[in-house]
Design a protein around this ligand. Structure first.
Ligand code: HEC
Ligand code: HEC
Length: 407
């Protein structure tokens, strides 16, 4: 219940502060706690309404920025978020008890996992690179290339129940997995607190709701770039990073066409979104045998829409924390940010040999905004410094998102 306590703690602090000011004024020396002169005749007013500890406060979203979209059927509450945190880190949530969400989503890596493609609980190779989860709640659609997952709760069914490939492998072990939770007094209490209206709250539906709430709560805006842009800290970004930021938004280089908002992804949805954008694009990563295709099992949006023009289209990645979520792209086939910059500079990637041979620059489905450009050595270093300024170090160690079994 750590987060609940934090929320309550803040409220108490506020009341204590007011009380302290009052008592100092009452002493008659008219000097406040900071040495300021206090006029005891001014009535101090404060909101005495008790704050419902269960209503989630998005206090990490800077003023002026919108909060994430929250679906009506799954409102945010601290008890649900906290239950989700336990489930996220619990290996009991896999068929054979060997894996948890955190096996592939590690906090110190912004909830990515540092490898090209992970293996599931029974050893099967997963089709794509594990996505980092910071600010995932701001996406319109979830995963690299599926336009149909509009809700975190729906997407989370995939690692839970998916069979092609198996990730947590619950299908076929449903009863056993649920029994692990329904016979555990700690979980019985947590489910009851999180879903007070439900007579029988320990269900997979509620497990997905709690996990979605926890993932949705993983919001953070404390990178040097954020501190500079939204919190008025003019020293937060280096000169080099600031020059890199200018380059990022220059028409000659054009990164901003796909990564140009506070989410660094066109695939953005928030509380005030009216026109929903999905932002899928082909950035010239492949052109297998110069036929315009991408290697299986990740042919792009076309796999779902069956439209030829959707070949190789992937969701435009958010670039937050990108310096630590490598290897890069949907299949983890680029190791470093330097190589990513090289690829865009070239206007697409050239795969010289092997089954994926071909020149991504000539992919007929590539976006017109990936047109190539020339950078000087200094400009390349600046661009890199900018991408590195998007790392939020505090998020990587924030106790709200850490493993509750290790405390
Ligand atoms: C075996 C590794 C693995 C496990 C276990 C796993 N994930 Fe993932 N996760 C992935 C991969 C890989 C992707 C990208 C999938 C794709 O694009 O097809 C992903 C994508 C996601 C996304 C979408 C993020 C976005 O930005 O669209 C969410 C949310 C997510 N996982 C949450 C979870 C939760 C919650 C659990 C536990 C129930 C979990 N994952 C378990 C590997 C894993
Ligand atoms: C036409 C839209 C578009 C433009 C322009 C664009 N990108 Fe991307 N970017 C994407 C897409 C789509 C992906 C994911 C592609 C994939 O996985 O196959 C991506 C992925 C990335 C990644 C890897 C993210 C990850 O987590 O793996 C980085 C880094 C990146 N882009 C940086 C840049 C920079 C820097 C520029 C400007 C030089 C730029 N992008 C221009 C669409 C674009």
């Amino acid at each position: 219940m750590g987060t609940t306590l934090i929320a309550l703690g803040q409220q108490h602090k506020l009341l204590l502060l007011v009380a302290a000011t009052l008592s100092v004024a009452a002493c008659g020396d008219n000097v406040g706690p900071m040495g300021e002169v206090v006029d005891a005749s001014i009535p101090v007013e404060f909101d005495a309404e008790p704050v419902d500890p269960n209503i989630f406060v998005w206090d990490m979203v800077p003023e002026g920025l919108p909060k994430p979209f929250v679906p009506e059927e799954n409102p945010m509450t601290y008890t649900k978020v906290e239950l989700g945190r336990y489930l996220f880190y619990d290996e009991q949530l896999s068929g054979n008890g060997t894996q948890s969400c955190s096996s592939c989503h590690k906090q110190e890596l912004a909830f990515a996992d540092g490898i090209a493609r992970p293996t599931g609980s029974t050893g099967e190779l997963v089709g794509r690179n594990s996505l980092g989860l910071m600010n995932a709640a701001y996406h319109t659609t979830f995963t690299w290339m599926n336009p149909e997952f509009h809700d975190l709760r729906t997407q989370i069914q995939v690692p839970l129940f998916g069979e092609f490939p198996i990730e947590l492998g619950i299908s076929g072990n449903d009863v056993e997995v649920l029994t692990r939770f329904s016979t555990d007094p700690d979980y019985i209490a947590r489910f009851a607190a999180a879903f007070p209206e439900d007579e029988d709250p320990i269900t997979f539906g509620n497990i997905a709701k709690a996990l979605a709430s926890f993932v949705r709560s993983m919001v953070s805006f404390d990178s040097p770039h954020d501190r500079h842009t939204y919190k008025g800290d003019t020293t937060a970004m280096s000169e080099s990073a600031l020059r890199g930021q200018e380059l990022f938004f220059e028409e000659r280089i054009d990164c901003h066409h796909c990564h140009g908002n506070f989410h660094f992804s066109l695939n953005l949805r928030h509380e005030n979104t009216v026109f929903i954008e999905t932002g899928f694009a082909n950035n010239g990563l492949y052109n297998v045998n110069n036929t315009g295709s991408y290697p299986a099992p990740s042919e792009g949006l076309v796999a779902i829409t069956k439209r030829v023009q959707d070949r190789g289209k992937m969701r435009t990645s958010s670039l937050r924390n990108v310096a630590i979520t490598g290897p890069y792209m949907h299949d983890g086939s680029i190791q470093t940010l330097e190589e990513v910059i090289d690829m865009y500079e070239r206007g697409g990637r050239f795969v010289e040999s092997g089954p994926n041979f071909g020149d991504g620059r000539d992919n007929p489905f590539k976006s017109e905004f990936v047109h190539g450009f020339v950078l000087t050595e200094d400009e390349r270093a600046d661009m890199l410094a900018f991408l590195e300024s998007l790392t939020d170090e505090s998020f990587l160690v924030d106790p709200k998102f850490s493993n509750p079994f290790e405390q």
